[in-house]
Design a protein around this ligand. Structure first.
Ligand code: ATP
Length: 572
């Protein structure tokens, strides 16, 4: 299949924001694609070459792309820089200048998707001494054969700026459409995707055997999408919903999924990044486990051995580092509270009940710093309240009640797990939101150059981000300085492509950082777009910063549906 076909679809997608239209366009493409092409299309649409946990990075900054455009188009570097200053988007610069190529290539040929994919892969893989020249050379080769429209999207892809606003759910819908003309295979596709988190792999398998997605099984070293907890406000509601249930403490650390097979151990974060190199101590403990082939999940907390207590979440996060690993592991030894089992001895355990999984965990753990938290089966609100109070006394976040009969609900927020947390201020819970912009400081804050954040939550149905608060308090002076510095580096000319907003900040930023926000209650406001109905969206009243959530990515923020549920809950 020609790459031009894909570029044409991108062009149309860019001008339409309706999810149904995008699904139709992509669906047609998938219908015509071979399994291998479908795999590549799925990755490219997501702005990736392989699933993120494989850690493939293009490693090309603006400077090198500017050079490649100059070399590929025959314009001088000065002329290219000038165009960039006026257009503000290197994709547009490439499109414009390459349409007037001064050096017409003699060897230009029509680009196929397979060719572009492998050329991009070669660019990504070039590393070490002289790699920048190699990357530029390969990109220039691509430009020589590319039509202007193709050059625009190749450029944006290389810079990680494709941002079409097409997420995994739309790709899965499109695959279903390509086979059935409707969404009827979506659930089967979800099942497969949640068990491997690899959109390209799913697309390829689907094209090979569209009706065998249900047979999909978990594999070691392919992290699955983590199960998510619902929230309820009181022990009574939890017992009403679940009846007899298993109660565990909710540890406030960071989540890890641990894979082991033969002599190899890998650790993945909640965002499915490979974080193994930061945790040699955990790897050591896992190597000693009797189980030879296992995937389990737990919450890691740094332990202060001198004082016999856990460090705070912020202190624990010191362990998530790439450098100075040894020193950090000496200073902040980790304890991992194991809470679930996904795979054991060649068998997928995600379909078994929580009680079965827990019993098996009890057989395998504890082991050194890999331990199992307490679990109590209760059937009354009074017992649940006691466990909740005890957790708070131990300075934990709260508890998680688990449905004894539920399978592991990969990638879904279901009532298999319900969290009950201590309340901050008057609200029952906090909200995790994406920073999309920030404000210049006024008055006393002018010296920090920082006056607050504009934050957004995620509308899963629309696959768009929607603003919910302007956060101006909860910052220490040190934090204000840090935000100003970090966000200053992330400034963007325009609002994120997949954001719906009415309020404009002083500066837009690349949407990457997630923050946890406490608030008093949820109200309706005409300035925010979250779950908007009749011109009013949900807004947080008295929002204040709790902390940065480094362990979460943009798509892990609170959803509009959760906000709506919380609003109704508050209203009684
Ligand atoms: P929160 O923002 O409330 O910390 P979250 O948004 O990270 O939660 P949720 O799905 O809302 O994710 O809540 C489940 C989280 O609680 C898991 O991500 C996990 O990291 C953590 N956790 C702590 N203790 C447990 C436990 N015993 N069982 C399951 N999850 C636990």
């Amino acid at each position: 299949m020609l790459f031009h076909k894909l570029a044409k679809v991108f062009e149309k997608v860019e001008s339409k924001s309706g999810r149904l239209e995008m699904t139709g366009l992509l669906g047609e493409l998938f219908r015509e694609a071979s399994p291998e092409e479908a795999e590549r299309i799925a990755y490219i649409v997501e702005g990736e070459l392989l699933p993120p946990y494989m850690g493939v990075d293009m490693g090309m900054g603006e400077k090198f792309v500017l050079q490649a455009i100059a070399d590929g188009s025959g314009y001088s570097r000065k002329e290219v820089d000038k165009e960039f200053a006026s257009l503000g988007d290197l994709g547009l610069v490439a499109e414009k200048l390459l349409s007037g190529k001064r050096q017409q290539s003699l060897h230009s040929e029509q680009l196929t998707i397979a060719y572009v994919y492998s050329a991009l892969m070669r660019i990504a893989k070039a590393s070490g001494h002289g790699s920048q020249d190699e990357k530029i050379k390969r990109l220039v080769e691509l430009y020589h054969s590319a039509k202007p429209l193709e050059a625009k999207y190749i450029t944006r892809f290389v810079l990680g700026q494709l941002r079409l606003g097409v997420g995994g759910p739309t790709i899965l819908d499109a695959l279903s459409f390509s086979e059935k003309g409707d969404k009827s295979l979506r659930e089967d596709l979800d099942h497969a995707y949640n068990l491997c988190s690899d959109i390209g792999f799913v697309a390829r398998r689907f094209k090979e055997h569209p009706h065998r997605m249900r047979e999909f099984r978990i594999e070691v070293f392919k992290p699955i999408m983590p199960a998510l907890a619902e929230r309820l406000a009181s022990p009574e509601e939890v017992v009403k919903k679940l009846g007899r249930c298993g109660v565990e403490q909710k540890y406030d650390g960071f989540r890890m999924m641990v894979h082991k097979k033969g002599g190899r151990v890998e650790i993945f974060s909640r965002r499915l990044e490979r974080i193994t190199p930061s945790f040699p101590d955990v790897v050591g403990e896992v190597e000693k486990l009797k189980a030879d082939e296992i995937i389990f999940e737990g919450e890691a907390l740094a332990f202060n051995e001198k004082e016999g207590r856990f460090y705070s979440f912020q202190e624990t996060m010191h362990r998530r580092r790439k450098y100075g690993v040894e020193e950090a592991s000496g200073k902040y030894p980790l304890h991992v509270y194991v809470f679930d089992l996904h795979y054991l001895g060649g068998k997928d355990w995600t379909g078994r009940t929580y009680l079965e999984r827990r019993k098996e965990l009890e057989r395998i753990f504890p082991r050194g710093n890999l331990k199992l938290g307490e679990m109590k089966v209760v059937d009354s609100a009074a017992e649940l309240q006691k466990l909740f109070d005890k957790a708070l006394e131990m300075r934990l976040e709260g508890i998680i009640a688990k449905d004894l009969d539920a399978p592991y609900t990969a990638g879904k927020r279901k009532f298999a797990w319900i969290k009950l947390k201590k309340s901050y201020g008057k609200s029952v819970d906090t909200v995790d939101a994406l920073i999309v912009g920030y404000y210049r400081g006024k008055g006393a804050r002018a010296e920090f150059g920082f006056g607050g954040l504009l934050v957004a939550v995620y509308n899963e149905k629309k696959e768009r981000f929607e603003t919910i608060a302007k956060v101006g308090s909860g910052f220490t002076e040190e934090e204000m300085g840090k935000f100003a510095e970090e966000l200053g580096k992330m400034r963007a000319k325009n609002a994120p492509a997949d954001l719906d907003y009415r309020m404009e900040p002083d500066f837009w930023v690349k949407p990457k950082t997630v923050v946890e926000i406490a608030y008093d209650n949820i109200t309706k406001s005409p300035v925010h777009t979250c779950g908007e109905e009749e011109g009013k969206g949900f807004a947080l009243r008295f929002p204040r910063l709790v902390r940065v959530r480094d362990d979460k990515g943009p798509y892990d923020v609170t959803t509009v549906k959760e906000i709506r549920d919380m609003y109704r809950e508050e209203a009684g």
